[in-house]
Ligand binder design. Structure first.
Ligand code: HEC
Ligand code: HEC
Ligand code: HEC
Length: 459
């Protein structure tokens, strides 16, 4: 857009609006009929949302200010509303308290409050009364903590830390032991591949943080894949599986690599035939899946069952969350504070990621910075939805055990965690962290390394 008319318009608006506010001309001064929240604490929060946020975040609720009929202002507002509602919807069932905010909503809200970034600065220059007061900010932050303390995820957090954006991983999982044992065997069985050379574990080595620690995966016959192998540890926390989310859950995911010619390159019929020749499998499937026996569905179900057991609890950070306040060093704690301020709006929850799809390069063009040709894999979520708005969006990776799940990013282009953090600061936050900040964030990230089968994953 040509900048000149925009500046003139903004100038006019800045002069006009305060005047119109004084004269009571602007629609902004008429409060919409405020719905009260369900609890006293939430009532205050709800009121703020309705008075200061719904204009952009509530589809259909927008009170168009008087200048909204000016052509450029209209376009700008429509764009704002589109972008705002893509990130957070504040509809009536939410601000009335009927419906709960998700953990992701809470993390995004906390992010904008800590950074004082909402309402947007340009908007505030025209609607200065919409600025959040310190008191309102505190009230919303306290309510976020309160909501988080109700999540089942935070059940093991110590009383003071139930409001944190990260929750400890459970020490025990409730999956049928027989199914775990069967799934574990299948996960390590090379008969799932066309030339009997690869198992799931070839690319998701449980002694390498559930990855292959390689830039991209290598399939049968030495074929180089298009993308980096993510970890299978804690993958059950992912909203969907794969970098682009094309599999809805672990069972659907497990069907993929077997039939993928570039990975295990085997037909499911052959896999079933091969497994049926092994009496041990016959027996196990008969016991666990009496009705169905040995089929593609039961094989993938058993693998998914095993993957449900791949939790990595008891990291130093989890010990901290459970109440061992002295366990973190000052550097680790200050790294965590930086993380909460800059990273936790995307990397949150028990797995410290996996809950949403986010753009790689919110503030700066990552692909330009990286250089090289754009690949199909770089399209990310776009490949699934074919919607332009999803180009370069990826499932936020899990940061549990990140110290050993190198190399980093979907393209495996970064070997070193310090570099990955520096790049995240740049492209997602427009921040150039200094060396101390990066070192502190990295030392915090290293506290996320957990245990599997009672042993530390870091060997
Ligand atoms: C003038 C329109 C406007 C108003 C008013 C507004 N927002 Fe936003 N909001 C946006 C836009 C545009 C985005 C998306 C782009 C961005 O994050 O800057 C957004 C994004 C967000 C996000 C998502 C942040 C993330 O992590 O992606 C949250 C949370 C949010 N707003 C909360 C609020 C709250 C709370 C209020 C009221 C105090 C508010 N907004 C008022 C326009 C608005
Ligand atoms: C040749 C290497 C290779 C083999 C063999 C392999 N995978 Fe993967 N796995 C990958 C790659 C690469 C991805 C990411 C692909 C993508 O997102 O497009 C992936 C993704 C996954 C994911 C999704 C994780 C996430 O965060 O989205 C899970 C779960 C998984 N694999 C489990 C398995 C299972 C179970 C098997 C065996 C049936 C298996 N993999 C076999 C390389 C492999
Ligand atoms: C806007 C959401 C968002 C924010 C904010 C964000 N990240 Fe990320 N992060 C992502 C996405 C998406 C990826 C995957 C990008 C890719 O692979 O191309 C990622 C990848 C990573 C990785 C690589 C993990 C792996 O296994 O490949 C690390 C490490 C990381 N982020 C750390 C951070 C840190 C530290 C911060 C704060 C300074 C941060 N992120 C802020 C969304 C975000």
């Amino acid at each position: 857009m040509n900048k000149k008319p925009l500046l003139i318009l903004l100038g006019a608006v800045v002069v006009f609006l305060p005047l119109s506010n004084l004269l009571g001309l602007s629609g902004k001064n008429e409060p919409i009929s405020v719905v009260s929240g369900s609890t006293p604490n939430f009532s205050k929060v709800s009121e703020v949302f309705q008075n200061k946020c719904v204009d952009c975040h509530s589809p259909g609720m927008t009170r168009m200010p008087i200048y909204a009929n000016l052509p450029i202002a209209k376009q700008l507002m429509e764009k704002d509303i589109r972008n705002a509602t893509a990130r957070l919807i504040l509809n009536k069932s939410l601000y009335s308290g009927e419906e709960k905010f998700t953990a992701l909503d809470l993390a995004r809200l906390e992010g904008v409050l800590l950074n004082n970034s909402m309402p947007p600065h340009l908007y505030l220059s025209m609607h200065w009364t919409a600025k959040l007061t310190a008191d309102e900010k505190q009230t919303i932050l306290a309510w976020i903590s309160e909501e988080r303390s109700k999540l089942t995820w935070s059940i093991d957090s110590s009383k003071d830390l139930k409001g944190e954006p990260i929750q400890p991983l459970p020490l025990k999982v409730t999956v049928d032991d027989k199914k775990i044992a069967l799934g574990q065997k299948l996960f390590h069985d090379t008969s799932l591949s066309g030339d009997n050379t690869l198992s799931c574990a070839s690319c998701h080595d449980l002694t390498k943080g559930g990855t292959d620690q390689a830039k991209v995966a290598t399939g049968i016959k030495g074929q180089q894949g298009p993308i980096n192998s993510p970890t299978v540890f804690n993958a059950m926390y992912n909203v969907a599986q794969f970098w682009d989310g094309r599999a809805k859950d672990l069972q659907a995911q497990a069907a993929g690599p077997v039939a993928n010619p570039g990975e295990m390159g085997e037909q499911w019929d052959n896999v079933i035939a091969k497994l049926k020749q092994i009496p041990e499998y016959q027996n196990a499937f008969q016991t666990i899946y009496e009705q169905q026996g040995l089929t593609k569905e039961t094989v993938t179900d058993a693998i998914a069952g095993f993957e449900q057991s791949l939790v990595t609890p008891d990291s130093r950070f989890d010990k901290y969350l459970r109440g061992d306040n002295g366990i973190l060093t000052a550097d680790e704690k200050s790294g965590y504070e930086l993380f909460k301020l800059n990273c936790a709006s995307c990397h949150n929850g028990p797995a410290v990621g996996g809950l949403s799809f986010e753009k790689m390069g919110v503030k700066q063009d990552y692909f330009k910075l990286r250089g090289g040709q754009l690949t199909e894999a770089d399209n990310g979520r776009f490949n699934v939805t074919k919607e332009e708005k999803d180009r370069h969006f990826f499932k936020v990776p899990i940061l549990r055990n990140v110290e050993i799940t190198y190399p980093y990013f979907h393209d495996g282009s970064v070997n070193n965690l310090n570099d990955a953090v520096r790049i995240m600061g740049q492209v997602q936050r427009n921040k150039n962290f200094n060396d101390t900040e990066i070192n502190n964030i990295v030392s915090f990230l290293k506290t996320l390394t957990g245990t599997y089968s009672g042993k530390s994953l870091k060997q």
